[in-house]
Design a protein around this ligand. Structure first.
Ligand code: AMP
Ligand code: ZN
Length: 465
């Protein structure tokens, strides 16, 4: 299967040609763990999760290595520890756990490797030593700095010259720097701050070297795809490239660079001062299903700015509810060609969704379900939210007359489908579940009739899937 991806480095869609034929390696910059992930942070996670699913489909799950790091040493983390009086290790462990829970709730598979920066300090020190001996870095006053002017291609990713970057960037001028553009590879630990012994004294790594060292250790000097939000392109990704290319001139580092655009809320940049800032957990706690969040995201191509709106949330919920009713009891078929073609064309998820509407309209429910699975919706894990709470919404009488009738009809349809597919234990499970909930089934030549028994147990009925 040919997969074309837009490469930030060349500004073109390129055919993915793995460094090692038949195997793909992908690195995505992960979170700095000191607080709940906001809704924008979920965008790269969902975008690259879709790519991960596509790559697994194309190359086989065992042939794809997806690495996403945790930055668990950083100034912001140290500041949070000081404000709160809590230990750094507690903050990072708790936040890491929250992150994994929240991202699982929006249907993201866990990457194969999730290196924590603090566990790879040795590899970082080694890479820094190599850069110093190659003349690309220098130690000064307990710091080690990368000599930006020593890497000619600096700025090629974002297409800027060093001089333009100096003019536009908030570069820190410091007496120990040869050049204001030079950036920190290692910095000294102040009293009370976390630090590791190094040839330059007790200190901690800079943020950029983390990704270079861990990508090298886990994916090698040349690998296929590097991703992240487009806010990371400069300086973080430029710096990663400079470090890795100077440390390993023979390697390519990442061949394809992919950047997702930013998310905004109701047309405005999300910010705490505008009061439109919220976390993934805030939405989940308000009862927005993770699957709905994911589906809203997939409605916008990853290279376009995306707007989170209440209207889109409502539409996504209605669509998924309808599709979930259609695919109840169905086994997924082959992923339809149109869906694969759209994904293989630089992850065109809006076009996949259009295709899914067509499959639903055509009654190709097995295709619809397979399409859902490859973009991580209509899955077992994300389901359950669509179950009715009829009594709550409709009142007991209407619920008994209308809501449950449809609910039971659907369950019976699901049982009939299971029987005709010879999945008898599934069919029996539904029959027994309905019986236990107090519904009496009568199988006849024209299908299955049902009626409420004397003792209907509504919670058992609603729990049936
Ligand atoms: P951070 O923890 O701020 O380094 O961000 C983690 C990831 O979230 C990075 O890949 C960022 O590019 C991405 N990100 C941050 N804010 C947004 C946003 N508003 N929209 C989309 N992605 C974002
Ligand atoms: Zn990174």
């Amino acid at each position: 299967m040919d997969i074309h991806l837009h490469n930030t480095k060349t500004r073109k869609k390129e055919l993915l040609t793995p460094v090692t034929p038949g195997r793909v390696g992908m690195y995505v910059c992960g979170p700095t763990v000191y607080d709940r992930a906001h809704i924008g942070n979920a965008r790269p996670v969902i975008v690259f999760d879709v790519l991960y699913r596509l790559l697994r489909h194309a190359y086989g799950a065992e042939n794809v290595t997806y690495v996403r790091n945790f930055t668990d040493v950083d100034d912001k983390i140290i500041a949070r520890a000081e404000e709160s009086g809590r230990e750094i290790g507690h903050i990072t462990a708790e936040t890491t756990e929250w992150y994994l829970e929240d991202m699982a709730a929006v249907g993201a598979l866990e990457p194969n490797e999730m290196p924590r920066a603090t566990e790879w300090i040795g590899a970082m020190v080694e890479m820094i030593e190599g850069l110093i001996s190659g003349g690309h870095a220098y130690a000064a006053e307990g710091h080690v700095l990368f000599r930006v002017r020593s890497y000619e291609a600096y700025g090629a990713l974002s297409g800027r010259s060093v001089d333009d970057m100096i003019a536009g960037a908030r570069v820190e001028v410091a007496p120990y720097k040869e050049d204001p553009m030079d950036f920190v590879l290692w910095k000294p630990a102040k009293a009370g701050e976390p630090g590791w012994d190094s040839p330059w004294g007790k200190g901690r790594p800079g943020w950029h070297i983390e990704c270079s060292a861990m990508a090298d250790a886990l994916l090698g000097e040349s690998f296929d795809i590097h991703g992240g939000g487009n806010d990371l392109m400069f300086p973080h990704h430029e710096n990663e490239i400079a470090q890795s290319k100077c440390a390993h001139p023979e390697g390519d580092f990442a061949r394809i660079w992919m950047h997702n655009e930013m998310l905004q809320v109701e047309g405005k940049k999300m910010s705490k001062s505008l009061g439109n800032f919220f976390t993934v957990r805030d939405l989940l706690d308000q009862g927005v299903p993770g699957e709905v969040i994911r589906f809203v995201f997939l409605g916008t191509h990853y290279r376009k700015p995306m707007d989170w709106t209440e209207k889109k949330r409502g539409e996504a919920e209605a669509t998924l509810r309808k599709w979930r009713a259609l695919v109840a009891g169905v086994e997924p078929g082959e992923v339809p060609e149109g869906v694969i073609a759209a994904l293989a064309d630089d992850l065109n998820t809006p076009s996949v969704i259009t295709e899914m509407h067509r499959l639903a309209a055509d009654g190709d429910v097995a295709g619809l379900l397979a399409a859902g699975h490859i973009i991580g919706v209509l899955t077992e894990e994300l389901g359950g939210w669509e179950q009715p709470r009829f009594v709550e919404h409709l009142g007991l009488e209407t619920a008994m007359n209308e809501g449950y009738a449809t609910w039971i009809d659907n369950l019976i349809k699901k049982r009939t489908n299971a029987k005709s597919a010879k999945r008898f234990s599934e069919a029996d499970r539904i029959r027994d579940g309905l019986n236990e909930a107090g519904i009496i089934l009568k199988d006849g030549p024209t299908g299955t009739e049902w009626e409420f028994g004397a003792d209907v147990d509504i919670s058992k009925l609603e729990a049936l899937k």
